[in-house]
Ligand binder design. Structure first.
Ligand code: SF4
Length: 332
């Protein structure tokens, strides 16, 4: 699906045709222009020829059907993945990718191993959302949250990510509230600064994963470019400017970042600030092992005893290799 191309094709027609076509895509969620009840047949034919809106993807569903992963084929033959997570509380969260592969090479991440291929276009980001919105519509359900936590570093494709958010937030279109978007960064300071100046109330998450520069640089090479102090300063400035809480994501990796000492260090960083910590079980990519449940419970207890707000993500989609990058990497 190429949304930009639709604009080009409709430029030759009356202005309201583009509005009608966009309504068809974002609200009616049609997957063939022939389904449009407002466009005349000559335009439908032209659109179907020049810019069809079907989305080619392979679907993988977890045993409990709560996690569905789509491996979407792009026009140039590359593949990206997006994941639907159905929460028990009724939320339907879509985890989207912002790049094909990733240049940051975090040691625990399968996407990092793929290396970087290219940035996704605005249209390719939106396409992931539309794909799942169509799927959910069949079950009379809707997307409630969108998180940029899939393949790639969103702040290294800043303009397209923000353009996609603005489009999906548009009241006359998809109309998902800005507070329902989250952007997760590995710590690109310029991106954090830029986001704090946007007039958009989206959520920011930081992939922290380590309490100090030694461990962080070992598992996240980006820490050498943006050391922890600089990243935390940028996050503090963001909070001061926006008044919004920031989530620190922390993947629990056995023997690497999960000791009591590291929990104490995290508590010192987080205490008294508008941060909260989300502990994430590690889906093994073959390099490290996941922390045990007992270790994670002790880690959590230390944080909570020191007044830190903690949430814990249960492992989504382990049986379909739900951790970022794993499936596309295999199918490559
Ligand atoms: S964890 Fe995120 S930033 Fe790090 S390599 Fe993977 S996709 Fe890139």
């Amino acid at each position: 699906m190429n949304i930009e191309k639709i604009k080009e094709v409709l430029e030759e027609h009356q202005g309201f045709r583009l509005k009608q076509a966009e309504k068809n895509i974002y609200l009616d969620l049609i997957d063939d222009w022939q389904q449009s009840t407002v466009l005349p047949s000559n335009i439908k034919e032209e659109l179907n020829k020049e810019c069809p809106i079907s989305i080619e993807a392979d679907l993988f569903s977890s045993k409990n059907k709560k996690t569905v992963k789509a491996v979407i084929n792009l026009e140039d033959g590359l593949k990206i993945e997006a994941v639907l997570m159905k929460n028990r509380d009724g939320r339907n969260t879509i985890c989207v990718s912002s790049q094909v592969g990733c240049s940051l090479g975090c040691k625990f991440c399968a996407t990092g191993k793929m290396g970087f291929k290219r940035n996704l276009t605005f249209s390719e980001i939106v396409e992931q959302v539309i794909f799942f919105a169509r799927l959910l519509k069949k079950e009379d359900e809707k997307i409630t949250n969108i998180v940029f936590m899939g393949m790639g570093e969103p702040f290294l494709n800043y303009d397209n990510v923000l353009k996609a958010i603005r489009k999906l937030n548009d009241k006359d279109g998809f109309n998902l509230g800005s507070r329902n978007f989250s952007i997760s960064t590995a710590g690109v300071v310029e991106g954090i600064k830029k986001l704090s100046s946007e007039k958009l109330q989206v959520n920011l998450a930081l992939s922290l994963h380590a309490p100090n520069n030694t461990i962080r640089s070992e598992i996240m090479p980006i820490n050498k470019r943006y050391p922890l102090d600089n990243v935390l300063k940028a996050v503090d400035d963001y909070i001061e400017k926006t008044g919004r809480r920031v989530m620190f994501e922390y993947i629990m990796i056995k023997g690497v970042n999960d000791s009591n000492k590291e929990a104490e260090e995290i508590a010192k960083i987080v205490k008294g600030k508008l941060y909260f910590v989300n502990l994430i079980p590690y889906n093994s990519t073959g390099v490290f092992e996941a922390s045990s449940q007992e270790r994670t419970a002790s880690f959590r207890k230390i944080l909570e005893e020191r007044g830190v707000s903690v949430t814990q993500r249960f492992s989504f989609g382990k049986d379909i290799e739900g951790a970022c990058g794993q499936l596309a990497n295999k199918n490559k």
